[in-house]
Structure formats: C-alpha cells, structure tokens
Design a binder for this molecule. Structure first.
Ligand code: SER
Length: 894
C-alpha cells in the first residue's frame, strides 16, 4: 500500500468518526521552546494545556516532523529517520482511553476492503505504563487482546512528554511482531533492540502538566490538566514499510527512489555491501529532510535550524563523495525526492525553483572546500596518530569549520570513523572568541575606536549639536573638534588630503545612522578645502560625529565651512525609509497584525524588514503584499511627522518597535493618516508617490519565527525591473521564441536534455559492455593469477569501477586481478578489483592500487576486493599499469 494511501485511509477513518482534519503545521515549530515540530501534537499544545479553548473536540492530522537527536543512527537501524510523518488523532476533553484504544484497533485490524489497514490481530502486542490497570483492562475488554500480549513498562518507554515543560502523561504503545527471524520470543519487554517487535503507534493519555523536565524519566508533575486529553502518534513510515513488505523505512515508496538513484550514480548495487548501504540510506534520508526543511523556509546557516539543515545537506554530499561520486549530487537527487513527495506535498513542486536553488548553492559552497578540507583533515589525523595522541586540536577543528565549512558535527563524525577524538572545548572557545571579536569590530566601526572621552569633552564644552536633518540639506557650520584615531586628543592637529578623521560641527544637516536608516553622504567645503562625508554617527547622546576623508586642503578646529548632504542620496534614502513603512503596513494588512516588524535596515534604493512570522510566504502572499504596497504608492498618501509623548503616541495607535529607547517626546510618522503610524526618527518623502517603484526581491527565514522581506525602491526598483525585462528579452532572442512562449520552450528543452542524458548513459553502458569482453579476453597469466590491465579512455571513477567489476565477473573462478586506469577531464581514475580466489591467495586490491597510484601522481585506497583512486598525471598510466602488475607478480612470488 502506497504511503499516500495509508495517509488517506488514516485521515478518512478519523474524519468519519467526528474528527476535524487539520493540515500539517510547518516544520518550524509553532512552539517557541522547540526548534522543530517533533510530534503531531506540537501544534495542539495550547489546546492540550487548556491555555486556549480547543476549536474542535476531536482532531486528526498527518504532521511533518523532524528529529535530529539520533542523526548518527540514520541508516544503521531500520527505524531512524530525521524527517518523518506522524499520523495522529486528538481528543481535547472528549473521549479518553477507551475511545483511543477502540479507534486505533479498528483502523489497524479493519480489513483493507473496508478501508482499514488489514494488520493481523494475532501479531499485535501492546505495552502500558506500570500501574495503568485501566488501559490494560481496556485492551483486553475492547480489543480482546490476551493478557500475555499486554505488557507493562516504566517511564522510559511508557510515559510521554515533549522533552520540555508542558503537557504529558502515561502512554500505551502498539507493536507489530515481524516474526522469529528478527529476534527472540517474549514481546517488546524482551526485545530491547526493537527489531522484531516494531512500535507503530503511541497512544498518550495526556492528563498532567509537567515542569522541570530533565530527561525522559526525570520531571516534576505540577498537577492535572483541565481536561483529560488524547494524543496519539502513528509513525507513517513504519507502517508503510510493514505494509509494503520492505525491510526498513529507507526502502518505502517515498524514500527508495532517491536511494536507487544514488546507488546508480555511485555504480554500486544496494544490499551488497553494508557500509555502502548505510551511506545510501543516509543520503536518501538527508536529501528528503533537506527538501522538506527548505520547503518550510529554512535556509542553511551556522546556528539553530539553519545549522541542522546545513549539517544534513553536507552529510549527504560527503556520503555521496565517499560512495565515489565526484559530480554534484543534489541536482540528481533532489528532483527525485520531490517527485516522490509531491503527491502529499504539492507545494514542493510549485516551489521547487526556490528550494533547489538554496540546496544546490549549499552543495556548491561545500564542494568548493570539501577536497582541500578532507586533505587537511587526513593530514591532521595522520599527524595526531603519529604523535601518539590521537586527538585533533581545537584549532584544527576550528580551521575546518571556518575555512572549509565543515560543521563541527561532521568533523566529529569523521574523527570517530578514524578512532580519533577532537578537542571540542577548545573548538567552542575559539568560536566564542571569534564571535566576540566580530561584535567588538562592529562596535568599533560605529564609533571608531577613539575613546568616547574626546566626544564627552566636546559635548561638555559646546553642548549638543544643532541637528537640522529634518529641516534642510545645507548648513553653515563651525568645526568644534577634529578627532583622529591614534592622536593624543589633548593636542589636536590639522589633517590633510587622503586622511580620514572624525569631525564635530556646531550645526549639521547630516542624518546620523539610526532606526535602521544609514547615514547621509555629502560634502564639507571650506575656504581652500573639501572633505567627503563617509559615515555619520552619534558616539555620545546629543553629539553628531562625521567621519570624513579629506579631498583637498587642511581641516582644523575653528574652521568655518558649509555642510551639504547629497541631494540624490537623501531622496533615495527617504524613498527607502518610507518604503519600509509602506511594506510593514502592507504585510500587516495581508498577513494580519501579528506580522510585526522586529528590525529593519534601509539605504538608498534598498530596504529589508524582519518580522514575526512562521513559515515561508506563499507566492500569492508576496504578490498581495507587493500589490497593497504599490497601491499605497499610487494613492500618493500624505506623509507627516508630529511630536507627542509616548502615552499619547500609544493612544494614537502608533507602532513602537523593537524596544528602542525613546526620549520624552516621541516622533510619530504617518503615511495616509491611520494607514501607517509608526514611532520613527528617520527621514521620509513628502507624499508616498515619491517612493516611485517598489519591487519585492526576496523573502527568507532569519531564525526562529522570524522572516525577512527585501525590496528595491525608486530608481533602483525601476532598474531591477528593467534588468529582468532585459533578461527575458535576451532569453527570447537566444531561443528565438516570443516572450510568452519562453517557459514552454525551456521546459521542452529540459525534457529533451533529459532524454539525451538517458541515451548517453545507455550508450556508455553499451560501450563499456563491449570493452569488458575485449579486456577479459586479453587476460595474462602472472604466477597462476589471471591479470587484466587496461586503459579505456574517457571514463570517470564510477564508470571505470562498473567496468572493472564487469571484467572481473567474466574471468570466472580462477584467481583474477583487474587493474584499469582512465583519463577523463584532465584527471586519472584508477580501479583495482580482485575476485575471492585471488583474495584467498593473499592478494589485496588496496596494494595493487597503491603501487599503481604513484606513477600517475595520485593516491587512493579501499578494501581488499575493490580499491579506487585517482591522480593527475595521465602520462604515467602505462607505468601505473605495469607497477600494478609487478605488485601482483611480487605477491605471488614471481
Ligand atoms: N506525542 C506522542 C509521540 O510523539 C504521540 O503522538 O509519540
């Protein structure tokens, strides 16, 4: 039974039993205490705890979940997947234990013809919590289960909570007996490995409020919840692998296609070699999880969710590389995963351009450094082993992270594979140091590292700067102080051309960076000199400091000058800042008032705005936001600013943002009166039409529950659209297609390309087949061993390996060694393969390969039966083959 069908039957079963079908929530957990949605109940936590009244007494869902605690187990067992789907039914103070047991039993054992799942009742077992006689009795009474198949287990197995403070309770788990070939008799109580008795459904009797949750078994029960609730979770992948008659969750219809494609790319057969199988399963699991996480708006990064996504994608890429695949893997695998998943999640297909570009960019970034990073790692490990202290230093792990982009967990795993430890503490200390340095740098950039004392002295002497940014773009000013880094501020000196310094004026029209708006640009001119203003800050409250580069003449304290803001710059800055308010109002109009801004940045022509929101915006929402914003621009709303006290501003409905500290009197900027009212100290256009064009250019996640939109405005907005138009024109010309036929044309080309790729692959495999016969016929006897060496041209590692295995297969049962070398794309691939009879003579593919690698300037390794490697010097191929053959001769004693 297909996974999508199991899911459909589940929802229908509960829908016909009075449950409201609720769509899956995002993988970004709606509960802020959890990184990801880890169970079907997460979106219902407010109803389970009674914090909010449940809108329905019963609900059912198939929830997307991610759990990454067991990431190292992926691929090794039958059960661990980082992404999985949990089918659940929920009762909020409606039915309790009896109802939950009855519903579950009917679905599991109901016949397939009647819409059930058709499990054999004789193979089902259950467990209940130690003292839960009520549940044990219900299983016997309702399901007719014999008492010996109702077992009791403690908190570790039969008590459920999310791992954080919240609702919890005893639970009852349903197990399926896979049969004696998977383990001993005796039920889940005995089968601690969990291979024979597979848990498929957990019914949680959620009736307590927990706090101080320290582990699965250690927590404090605060009291009873207002209601006795039911929360159940059936592992969709587990049920699927049982019903599909396969061995594990990696082989079900939604995952196996990726696994098969990966095996094909690697030229290995699944099920032949344990190590390769584990890698293939890791790839299949991680590619799907990456697809689903990016689908829900997560992007790879170095913290939190972004880090986990990065780790999954990079593990997948590394596993493919270990399987011998040199080319980019995700462009081959991600579309396969999409095709397997989009029956249940159609948005994966519609949003695939965005999803794939995020994933491919991440693979590209990692691939650029993977080889050099691996080399560094190998050297470090070899040194560590030689030094007799099998540990990598914190610096080495840090350099792998910082320069080569190896997530620390990937380094830890690679080290464990080599039996080497890593000084993790040292690594973390270096990370903290780097973070602190970055923060200090950012601070220094703002105020300069000049001691603020110099500014305090100027403020005490002259009072606050007469700040005219709202009134004018030009003032006549006097230089109160010239503060140059590194100078003793007691002895100020004039500064000359090329020098950069900070200038304090008695009066200025320059806007100092604040509230997300960047500083003004402009010019200071005085008799005999000019300076360009490159930054403006307020190093101490009330005082404006201009960072300037002297262009001509000398600037000294006491000079009279003209300070003038660049008119174009300011207009563009006003467009961007007013544009930010317009986008904020549009966001709240389209998404609702909860889409509140949490930070913003704007500079001439560009703006970005972060706001509270779960999950990615849909294409429709983006279009709506752009439409509302541009309608407000066209309406030419008046823009005005007024001063009032903070309570008055609140009364007035102005939005106060992100904990800025506002003075006594606050400034409220309105666009179209109540349409947009915000507390703001920035500069703005006079009417919204002045904003000109407003085009959204991006939307992304910036961490937990927070999204970012980016836009271009004014002339930049126009240029952006013009560039897009030009691109479409160029494409249309190139493809000789009218513009509105482009999509169809490119689609057609892509599908032709796929056909050609397929034909090429077939052709290649036919050619290889032919070559295999010829090579095998040329076998020579070396000391009683049939040796084939050869140098077919143009084959990469994967193809060469396939060919070598094919030749080996044709040499029969006599001892046989195959050594092939091939040049392709400036690189040399080498493969050595032996058959069991050769192995029995003490020969090793690894030794043959090592001997051959030298002459082509390369290296490689592998196992005794097949070894693979490469080099760069094609001229050495004949010597390499001879060296390999000599190694065989030496080993056979000839
Ligand atoms: N919350 C329980 C679990 O995740 C049942 O849904 O197992």
């Amino acid at each position: 039974m297909q996974t999508a069908e199991i899911r459909r039957r589940f929802l229908e079963h509960f829908a016909t039993r009075g449950h409201t079908v609720v769509p899956s929530a995002s993988l970004v957990s709606p509960d802020p205490s959890l990184l990801f949605t880890v169970a079907g109940m997460v979106p219902f936590i407010p109803y389970l705890t009674g914090r909010e009244p449940a809108p329905f007494p019963r609900a059912t869902s198939v929830q997307k979940c991610v759990r990454t605690l067991d990431i190292e187990e992926v691929g090794k067992t039958t059960r661990h997947g980082t992404f999985f789907q949990m089918n659940g039914n929920f009762s909020f103070g409606d039915y309790f234990k009896d109802g939950a047991i009855q519903h579950a039993w009917e679905l599991l054992t109901g016949s397939v013809a009647d819409g059930g799942l058709g499990f054999d009742p004789e193979r089902l077992w259950v467990t209940v919590y130690l003292d839960d006689d009520e549940a044990a009795d219900a299983w016997h009474r309702i399901a007719g289960l014999p008492v010996e198949r109702i077992q009791r287990l403690g908190k570790k197995d039969n008590y459920w909570h999310t791992g954080a403070a919240g609702p919890g309770g005893p639970c009852s788990e349903i197990y399926y007996d896979r049969g004696p070939e998977f383990g001993p008799e005796g039920g889940p109580l005995v089968d601690t490995a969990g291979d024979r008795f597979l848990e498929i459904w957990n019914l949680v009797f959620m009736q307590y409020e927990l706090t101080d949750v320290r582990s699965k078994e250690e927590f404090t029960v605060v009291g009873e919840l207002p209601n006795k609730n039911i929360d159940t979770g059936m592992g969709l992948e587990r049920v699927a692998f049982l019903l599909q008659g396969v061995d594990n969750m990696y082989e079900i219809d939604e995952v196996a296609p990726v696994l098969r494609r990966a095996a094909e790319l690697a030229g290995v057969a699944y099920g032949k070699d344990h190590e390769a199988d584990v890698r293939l399963r890791v790839v299949a699991d991680h590619v799907r999880s990456g697809l689903m996480l990016i689908g829900d708006g997560i992007t790879p990064g170095n913290e939190g969710r972004g880090y986990i996504l990065r780790r999954l994608l990079r593990r997948a890429v590394r596993s493919m590389k270990l399987l011998g695949v040199e080319d980019a893997a995700l462009p081959e695998l991600l579309p396969v995963s999409r095709d397997a998943m989009s029956a249940s999640y159609p948005e994966l297909a519609t949003d695939f351009d965005r999803i794939s570009s995020v994933a491919y960019a991440e693979e590209e970034a990692f691939r650029r450094t993977l080889t050099s990073g691996t080399a560094l790692f190998d050297t470090a490990v070899a040194q560590a082993k030689k030094a007799g202290t099998p540990a990598l230093s914190g610096e080495q792990a840090f350099s792998l992270h910082d320069t080569y982009g190896f997530p620390i967990d990937v380094t830890l795993e690679m080290a464990a594979e080599q039996g080497v430890t890593v000084d993790e503490e040292g690594f973390r200390a270096l990370m903290t140091e780097q973070r602190d340095r970055a923060r200090a740098d950012a601070r220094a950039k703002r105020t300069g590292s000049v001691d603020v004392l110099a500014y305090r002295r100027l403020l005490a002497e002259h009072g606050p700067t007469d700040w005219q940014a709202y009134e004018t773009l030009r003032t006549d000013s006097r230089v109160l102080g010239v503060v140059t880094e590194g100078d003793d501020d007691a002895a100020p000196r004039p500064v000359g051309p090329g020098e950069i310094t900070r200038v304090v004026l008695d009066r200025t029209p320059f806007y100092a960076e604040s509230g997300g708006q960047v500083a003004d640009a402009g010019i200071l001119t005085w008799d005999g000199g000019r300076a360009e203003v490159i930054d403006v800050q307020r190093p101490v409250k009330g005082l404006v400091a201009h960072q300037v580069r002297i262009l001509e003449g000398e600037l000294r304290e006491g000079a009279e000058l003209t300070a003038e803001v660049d008119r174009e710059w300011r207009l563009s800055a006003c467009q961007a800042h007013s544009g930010t308010h317009v986008v904020h109002a549009a966001l709240r109009q389209v998404l609702g008032p909860q889409a509140l801004q949490s930070g913003s940045y704007n500079r001439p022509g560009y703006l970005r705005l972060d706001f509270a929101w779960q999950g990615a915006l849909t294409a429709q929402q983006r279009t709506d936001i752009e439409d509302v914003a541009n309608a407000a621009v066209r309406a030419d709303h008046a823009v005005s600013a007024s001063w009032m006290t903070l309570p008055e501003a609140r009364e007035f409905g102005a939005l106060a943002l992100f904990g800025e500290t506002y003075g006594e009197q606050v400034r409220v900027v309105e666009i179209g009166g109540p349409w947009s009212r915000e507390l703001c100290g920035g500069t703005h256009v006079r009417g919204s039409a002045q904003i000109g064009t407003l085009a959204l250019t991006g939307e992304s996640s910036v961490g937990s529950g927070s999204r970012r939109v980016e836009a271009v405005v004014g002339l930049e907005g126009f240029r952006y659209l013009a560039r897009e138009r030009d691109l479409v024109r160029q494409l249309a010309e190139l493809l000789k297609t009218p513009q509105d036929g482009l999509v169809e044309r490119v689609g057609g080309m892509l599908s032709r390309l796929r056909d050609v790729d397929r034909e090429l692959a077939e052709l290649r495999s036919r050619q290889n087949l032919a070559a295999a016969g010829e090579l095998a016929a040329g076998a020579r006897d070396v000391g009683g061993v049939a040796v084939v060496t050869g140098a077919p041209s143009g084959l990469g590692g994967g193809d060469l390996r396939t060919l070598a295995l094919d030749v080996r297969g044709r040499l029969g049962d006599r001892p046989a060694v195959v050594l092939l070398a091939s040049e392709s794309g400036g690189k040399v691939a080498l493969v050595a393969a032996l058959n069991p009879a050769a192995l029995a003579q003490g020969l090793s593919a690894n030794d043959v390969l090592k001997a051959a690698a030298g002459p082509v300037g390369g290296r490689g390794g592998g196992k005794a039966d097949v070894a693979q490697g490469g080099g760069t010097d094609a001229a050495g191929i004949p010597d390499a083959l001879q060296a390999g053959e000599q190694a065989v001769a030496a080993a056979t004693g000839r």
